[in-house]
Write a protein that binds this ligand. Structure first.
Ligand code: AMP
Length: 211
């Protein structure tokens, strides 16, 4: 099973990827998380990434595709993975195919911009491990603390309202064309991502024939 989770920032891709990874034993390749790890490491590349993420812009296609190719080459990825946040442009999708990337299913998480704005203000993450939480919909066992690592949860800088507005604009202009791209490939399932989290998971499992 190789799957892409497609959708606007805040549609629930990271949360569903965590759940599906446990249910189906899939490795998550989350480009946003890989980018945040590089930023947290303080490397030269991380500083370069930050100049894009802080203003809600996309990191250049070539850098992201190279990052994904490196990650896919690791043995734990063989055959079973979820791509969360990649591809983000049609160019990335085409380059992904050029490097031999294939997927069985693309799940398009559909949600309105208004709902996303509402969700983003409650989103929390611990930057080092990237596990996503929400103060209402998906709270950690202890408020403000990551269940997995015990790190202090924060609001991502790119979840600030003006940056979210910019990210939504970027999503509509650069990422949404992928819906038609993958529909034409015959692998797309669109579903309502404003539903309860568990319901969305069940619909994804049904769409990929795991239920
Ligand atoms: P995410 O956590 O997936 O919302 O990603 C956070 C930020 O990382 C995005 O706003 C982009 O700046 C960058 N990013 C993540 N994935 C990609 C990608 N596939 N292509 C370009 N930029 C990306």
């Amino acid at each position: 099973m190789k799957m892409i989770l497609l959708g606007a920032p805040g549609a629930g891709k990271g949360t569903q990827a965590e759940i599906l990874s446990k249910r189906l034993g899939l490795v998550i390749i989350g480009t946003g998380n890989i980018i945040r790890e590089a930023i947290a490491s303080g490397s030269e590349l991380g500083r370069k990434f930050r100049s894009y993420t802080d203003r809600g812009a996309l990191v250049p296609d070539d850098l992201v595709v190279e990052m994904v190719a490196d990650r896919l080459a690791k043995p734990d990825c063989s055959g079973r993975y979820i791509l969360d946040g990649f591809p983000r442009t049609v160019v990335q999708a085409e380059k992904f195919e050029e490097i031999g990337g294939r997927v069985d299913a693309v799940i398009n998480l559909v949600i309105s911009d208004e709902e996303i704005m509402e969700r983003m203000t409650g989103r929390r993450v611990w930057e080092k491990c990237g596990t996503p939480y929400h103060i209402h919909n998906n709270p950690p066992a202890e408020a403000g603390i990551c269940d997995k690592c015990g790190g202090a949860l924060v609001t991502r800088k790119d979840d600030a309202p003006e940056t979210v507005a910019k990210r939504l604009k970027v999503y509509h202009e650069q990422t949404e064309p992928l819906v038609d791209f993958y529909r034409a490939h015959g692998v797309l399932t669109s579903l309502d991502a404003a539903q309860e989290m568990d319901r969305v998971t069940e619909e994804i499992l049904a769409a990929v024939g795991e239920k």
